[in-house]
Write a protein that binds this ligand. Structure first.
Ligand code: HEC
Length: 139
């Protein structure tokens, strides 16, 4: 019986501590929302850009879709930048910036309906994904 009033506040404190920890990326561990960003935007949008190599866009609608995906990647890179871990954050920002720039180049290439240029930008883009994952993705 006597344990109950003690246990409740501790549970509440633990809960609050966990909630506070979830707000702030600690050390070099990326925030949970990075994974969400990857799954909801980065992966599908980059697939659309890389996919130009498998099947070239056939009409204006297809090209617009590639352009939109590239724009989404630019936006996602900007969101990603804000998720930089509190230690070793400089490289994170560098890779996010590189991703943003490559996505912008891909978008311009899609606007010009230039398959080769989209693929070139796609190669650079892929390099930025890879650079960041090598350094920050926990195995
Ligand atoms: C600035 C850093 C950064 C950049 C740039 C970046 N990612 Fe990620 N990505 C991460 C981190 C960190 C994780 C691991 C997140 C986790 O597990 O919490 C991740 C996870 C992933 C995953 C695994 C998702 C899963 O279900 O486990 C994929 C796939 C992925 N990223 C694709 C991409 C692609 C494609 C690009 C480029 C267009 C990209 N990422 C660019 C940091 C980055």
């Amino acid at each position: 019986m006597r344990a109950v009033p003690v246990l409740v506040p501790i549970t509440v404190l633990l809960f609050l501590a966990n909630a506070a920890a979830a707000q702030q990326p600690s050390g070099s561990r990326p925030a949970a929302s990075v994974l969400e960003l990857m799954k909801s935007i980065v992966i599908p949008a980059s697939d659309a850009v890389f996919g130009v190599g498998k099947e070239a866009p056939k009409n204006d609608k297809d090209w617009t879709a590639v352009q939109d995906s590239a724009a989404k990647l630019t936006d996602a890179a900007k969101l990603l930048m804000r998720q930089a871990p509190s230690t070793d954050g400089a490289n994170w920002v560098k890779y996010s910036n590189a991703m943003s720039a490559a996505a912008e180049t891909a978008g311009k290439a899609a606007k010009a309906k230039n398959v080769e240029a989209v693929l070139d930008a796609g190669d650079v883009l892929y390099g930025t994904c890879d650079d960041c994952h090598k350094r920050y993705m926990k195995k």
